[in-house]
Design a protein around this ligand. Structure first.
Ligand code: GLV
Length: 318
């Protein structure tokens, strides 16, 4: 009934909907290395669907090579909620459906954002690194002093499903929750100006998609508006923050700490950020729980099965 290109391994059970629909799966590479741009372009025309990860660049060249009349590609399903790795406009022009995995990863990603809020505020990485390296000589009243999370003001930039899930957790910590969105939500805590929210928050957590409007949304000027005791958390997309400016702000003590899960040029991390004090840095693991990654793969697979059977998938990017 159809052939699906799978670019990387996914958790067990994630492909069941493809198997149940009788679809043939090709890929991933034996050693699970990523497909190169050339390999994607070459493979695309022989497939009706691609199930890919956010690390695969599905650009206009790949889509043109795959879509009719050159090939028979009908759908690209990203095992991720963000889809800035796919040229959605080109896909639309070529009649290729694009699907993502909204909803199933909100709570898991919010857990990680909250873990970073706690870890960065309480300087956990540095404290643990010292202990492991034998640099801890015993309890000291002035050691590893962080900022309290309970009772602090949380400023959410973006207030979609994940931002709201972080807000629910913050309530349990007695935090005051503010949020900024470009259009008013009409809900309590809405702050119309981002600059205003940055100046008021003790913890700023980013939950906006990446695109032209959000590239370096947090730059040197905006970092300078934050309190010197404030903590910045990014579990959204790396390029939303100017990494070099963030490193400078940490070194200069213009903000207190940062918890960062996503980077501008993954897997590279700006060397200044690696060297900066009070930065908790994680390798893009926001949605990385067994259950959630399995659900994400299933959702992408279901979308492919839907499109190839002529059904409208629930999670079509439009
Ligand atoms: C992860 O970053 C995702 O977009 O799902």
């Amino acid at each position: 009934m159809g052939r699906v290109l799978l670019t990387r391994r996914v958790p067990d059970g994630g492909l069941d909907p493809l198997v149940d629909a009788g679809l043939e799966i090709s890929g991933p590479h034996e050693d699970d290395r990523p497909f190169t741009a050339d390999e994607l372009r070459t493979a695309a025309p022989d497939h009706d669907a691609i199930v890919c990860l956010l690390t695969d660049r599905i650009d206009a060249d790949v889509l043109r090579a795959g879509a009719p009349p050159a090939g028979r590609l009908r759908v690209v399903a990203n095992v991720a909620v963000g889809y800035d790795n796919i040229d959605v406009a080109a896909a639309r022009d070529l009649g290729v459906a694009v699907c993502n995995t909204p909803g199933v990863l909100d709570e898991t990603t919010a857990d990680l954002a909250f873990a970073l809020i706690l870890a960065a505020s309480r300087v956990l990485s540095e404290a643990e690194a010292d202990l492991r390296a034998g640099r801890w000589s015993g309890w000291g009243v002035g050691q590893y002093l962080g900022q309290d999370v309970h009772g602090a003001t949380l400023g959410l930039v973006g207030y979609g499903r994940i931002g709201r899930a972080v807000a629910r957790r913050a309530t349990g910590f007695g935090m005051t929750v503010l949020h900024h969105t470009r259009t008013s939500t009409g809900e309590p805590g809405h702050v119309a100006e981002l600059d205003d929210l940055l100046a008021r928050a003790d913890v700023v957590s980013l939950h906006v998609p990446f695109g032209d409007a959000t590239r370096h949304l947090i730059d040197a000027r905006r970092l300078s508006l934050m309190k010197p005791t404030a903590v910045l958390v990014n579990t959204a997309r790396g390029p939303v923050v100017d990494e070099a400016a963030l490193a400078d702000a940490l070194v200069a003590g213009r903000i207190f700490a940062a918890g960062i899960d996503v980077f501008e040029r993954e897997p590279d991390v700006h060397p200044n950020l690696l060297a900066a004090p009070r930065a908790v840095l994680l390798p893009h693991i926001g949605s990385a729980s067994v259950a959630t990654r399995t659900r994400m793969a299933r959702m992408a697979s279901e979308a492919v099965a839907d499109v190839l059977s002529g059904r409208r998938p629930a999670n079509l990017v439009e």
